[in-house]
Design a protein around this ligand. Structure first.
Ligand code: HAM
Length: 423
């Protein structure tokens, strides 16, 4: 026998038995977007690498180490998208969507790719649902975005959901903080890892996010951005918090929250599952404001705010909390032709039923009636239609209600109408 080929490390198959849960979650995400009036955008799964490697933004792991990139046959340097924000902004600029309305409220869903060390909840191909609001400077729009994310977990019935917020301030605040960080880390820089030594000059904020040096005593005493916010940034952050208070959305301010991408300013937030038994990957969702990114990608001055959540992590959280989703896995009718002669009539009737919105399954393995009833059971069929040779001669069939265990004889010509009103 040939050796079997396995899926690449860090990828997952979504099997039919899991499909109903996926589809249910996707439906909830779309319905939430309808309630908040966000419109869908779909962008390519691969982009020119420059979209993600924007020179200044090379200090994050996502961009500098985890990118799936390659040269295509035309020698173009391509990257599989690691996230959706840059792609959405690229599409916004390229399609001049700023000219359509003042504010674009967009959402997307689909696979993202990061060459990470695979573990439970951390994949190399994973699915994100994300939203991006382009064109609003209003702190209430930050609060709306956060509210939408929180609403999704609530709708799905998840508990122990913790919202953590921080402000990274405007560029003036971040400059002051950057100075303070450089002064703080310079005397001990030799004790930190090679990456941190590079980060000191390029982007000292990233040192706070270092996994290697996380336990070094210098981390705990590092200056916090929140203490360096200028009045404008402080006011903006207070307004976001006030809007969250108004909606009674509980949150914790965490001055140490640093996001894993470089484009953030002002509001930054994450949503975690507050459950120590969940495993290492407790962050379900992350987002924040990225004023300046649209300009960086060649568009007019346009502020932006958004978030993305991992759909696999939602499903893991649902499993962790033993939440059964209201998904049905049923079929209306199981068609049972008995004997070769009855098959054309059964096939015709089945086709007509399907054309009229009735779901139908049948047997293609030449099974007898007993085995077909078993199969109907497995398929969770509500009705069985039995067409025997004798019935066929009279233009009739047996319709058995498998839920109520009742049976009646119907003219084949009546079956479609009967099923439409009884299924
Ligand atoms: P992010 O924090 O890098 O943000 O990712 C958002 C979410 O995607 C994470 O909270 C997690 O649930 C999921 N995720 C990330 N990496 C993996 C992985 N390797 N395996 C499984 N799930 C993963 C962003 O991507 C930003 N674009 C969010 C954003 C939108 N900010 C503003 N707008």
């Amino acid at each position: 026998m040939a050796t079997t080929i396995q899926k690449p490390r860090g990828t997952q198959d979504m099997l039919p038995k899991e499909a109903a849960a996926w589809q249910y979650v996707e439906m909830c995400l779309r319905q939430a977007c309808t309630r908040f009036n966000y419109k869908e955008i779909r962008t390519p799964m691969f982009e020119h690498i420059e979209l993600f490697k924007r020179g200044v933004g090379d200090t994050t792991d996502i961009v500098s180490k985890e990118m799936y990139d390659f040269f295509d046959k035309g020698n173009r340097h391509i990257a599989l998208r690691p996230e959706g924000t840059a792609s959405t902004v690229r599409a916004y600029v390229e399609n001049k969507m700023y000219g359509e309305t003042d504010i674009q409220k967009l959402y997307y869903m689909g696979p993202m790719f990061r060459y990470e060390r695979a573990q439970k909840g951390r994949l190399r191909q994973f699915n994100q649902f994300g939203v991006e609001v382009l064109g609003s400077f209003d702190p209430y729009s930050d609060a709306e975005v956060i509210a939408l994310a929180m609403e999704i977990y609530k709708t799905l019935g998840l508990s122990q959901i913790k919202l953590v917020v921080n402000s990274l301030g405007d560029s003036e605040s971040r400059c002051a903080h950057r100075e303070a960080l450089i002064n703080h880390f310079t005397p001990v820089i030799d004790e930190l890892c090679q990456d941190c030594q590079t980060r000191l000059e390029k982007n000292p904020l990233r040192i706070l996010d270092c996994k290697v040096d996380a336990k070094h005593s210098v981390m705990a005493t590092a200056p916090k951005i929140i203490d360096y916010l200028n009045d404008e940034s402080r006011e903006y952050f207070d307004a976001v918090l006030a809007a969250l208070d108004a909606m009674e959305i509980p949150y914790t301010v965490d001055a140490n929250l640093v996001r894993g991408l470089d484009y953030y300013n002002h509001t930054a937030f994450e949503i975690m599952l507050d459950d120590p038994t969940f495993g290492a990957q407790t962050t379900l969702c992350g987002g924040g404001r990225y004023n300046g990114l649209v300009e960086q990608l060649g568009g007019p001055m346009t502020p932006g705010i958004g978030f993305a959540l991992g759909i696999e992590r939602v499903l893991l959280a649902l499993e962790q909390q033993a939440i059964t989703l209201p998904v049905t896995n049923t079929v209306d009718v199981y068609m049972m032709p008995l004997g070769a002669q009855t098959k054309p009539t059964a096939m015709k009737l089945m086709h007509e039923l399907r054309q009229n919105g009735v779901s139908v399954e049948t047997d293609y393995q030449g099974r007898g009636m007993k085995a077909m009833f078993k199969a109907a059971n497995r398929a969770n069929a509500q009705f069985a239609i039995i067409i025997g040779e004798e019935e066929l001669a009279n233009g009739q069939c047996q319709v058995k209600n498998l839920v109520e265990s009742t049976q009646e004889t119907l003219n084949i010509s009546q079956v479609v109408t009967y099923m439409i009103s009884n299924k």
